[in-house]
Design a protein around this ligand. Sequence first.
Ligand code: ADP
Ligand code: MG
Length: 683
Amino acid sequence: MTSAIFEPITAVKGIGSETAAALGEMEIHTVKNLLEHLPYRYEDYRLRDLETVEHDERVTVEGKVHTIPTLGYFGKKKSRLTIKLLTGRYLINVIFFNQPYLKPKLAIGESITVTGKWDRHRQTITGSECLIGTQSREKEFEPVYSVKGSITVKGLRRFISNAFTQYGSMIEENLPPQLLATYKLMPRNDALRMMHFPLSADDIKKARRRFVYEEFLLFQLKMQALRKVQREQSKGIGQEFDIKSVEAFIETLPFPLTHAQIRVVDEILNDMKSPYRMNRLLQGDVGSGKTVVAAICLKAAITAGFQGALMVPTEILAEQHTQSLKAMLEPTGVKVALLTSSVKGKKRRELLHMLESGEIDLLIGTHALIQDEVNFRNLGLVITDEQHRFGVEQRRILREKGANPDVLFMTATPIPRTLAITVFGEMDVSTIDEMPAGRKAIETYWAKHQMLDRILSFVEKELKNGRQAYVICPLIEESEKLDSLQNVLDVHAMLTQYFTNRYQVGLMHGRLPADEKEEVMQQFSENVAQILVSTTVVEVGVNVPNATVMVIYDAERFGLSQLHQLRGRVGRGSDQSFCILLADPKTEVGKERMKIMTETNDGFVLSEKDLELRGPGDFFGKKQSGLPEFKVADMVHDYRTLEVAREDAAKLIASRSFWHSQEYAPLRSYLEGTGVFTGEKLD
Ligand code: ADP
Ligand code: MG
């Protein structure tokens, strides 16, 4: 049965075909879409004392006009009207842009109510709305909607109001009674009404509470259903590995595994053994020993007769991993090979052939691994390192290589729990939350750029003791801009001069050809160069234990998690290591970020802080997003609800009644609409 609420938007009074087309641009096609287009904020017309208003906040104040308005024009149609307003104990400025018609109405002594943005420093309100004399308002709150094209907020308010009159009674509940009761949530129709037409701040709060839960629950249902589908419908391979050989391999390692490593190896091997396809995220701080875990799991897959693949974001890293995995695995009879873009011609053909014939057990490389021409004989386990750098599409292609291989994503950027359960909601997560014993915490200092001389003498002292140093300059990735490249070149030139005849200074950036990069890294790791000036290409994985100092230029330009990653390049040996952040942050938040870097070495703490300070959108950087967009809910502020909703969703998906009972019909039809299922029934 389809309800009239699904009728096209033109059924609403006042909406003709032109308006409908404009609304269509906003993804509003049906009456239901319109009713569910929620405000993103409210205009709050309650009068306030300016004392309590923050800089840049919107505010409504009442007062008396204190000076004759002055009106200035600039450009053809632009104008600025300025008055002084006496409000309470304050004499403030009020500016109205492009409302010249207000001038004659603003006589000295006239009472007015102004709404606008408060500039605390200039003691000025930039007014957007103004009530004069006896004019008054019915409502204390007005919803503000996102709009596009010819649609205005006022127009939208009217359309929604009309839609409510006509269709308000047809809004159906989608949450089951039991959940509504448990959390004392408002029914859907009341909540929608209050979101659009609130009478008080409390209305907004209660209505919002319901929609936060609803949004999270629906989202988590989708993720959990996806997970169920992936587990049960894509037949995985039950890897029957030789546990004795795996244990023997672990015995050959020069150190005992940490408890956390043992635990995650267990979790991963259990997944690999099961007939389900593994889709797991392994997170652990820099240096927590993920590579070893990867090696053990790869070894296991190989003893079960499968091939393994390890995919990493940069060629430098691919080479480093190849070296260390060869050292670990080849003595146990595993054949390891490296495939990068610089493996060409005959060598490449041979390698691809050996891969197809199964002579190669483990292939390591960058994106090159997911090209069409690369065919495995029997791929059983794919591990990607630093997975957040791979896009969603690459993750998919990777999964589709081979007959349903198990997939493990590794990341050294600890992902705040709130994000992990949204972005990776369909995955299982293993966490290494323990560092190998005996690690010394890196000492981190924050210095202004003007202290560079003192810092260089400190660096020199370490070099005299036989240590090495990294100097990092920001902003250069694959698509390097010339000016930031200049930055790293300048610093390199300056340091070469400074340390002339005493120490060698290497230079590394993404624009160098692959063989040069390799040579530079080689020289640094063999201590031919004592200092490495580099862009962030050394961020991930690079391992030179003799390097004990890292200086980071313009540190305020990096995210906390990224600084932490960079910092993780030192502190890899047994000596005390140091990280010096050169930064002149201009904002309080910027200062706070530098300060927290000096206070903690815990990547999880930093990532939570990063999320708090920069918000979820910025957390992963611009490239990747994959972040779901919630209309009402805020992943950071509402994360308690997110966790609750996740648990509820998991319980629902796992229960039989969810798939049969009438009270869950709306949720089931929501799931059908998301396209998670491809026909089959899931119970
Ligand atoms: P990650 O990849 O998590 O940054 P790695 O796997 O590169 O960390 O490990 C960092 C260093 O710690 C390596 O030199 C590795 O050999 C060493 N290591 C790993 N696990 C242990 C352990 N259980 N005990 C001691 N050292 C370890
Ligand atoms: Mg690593």
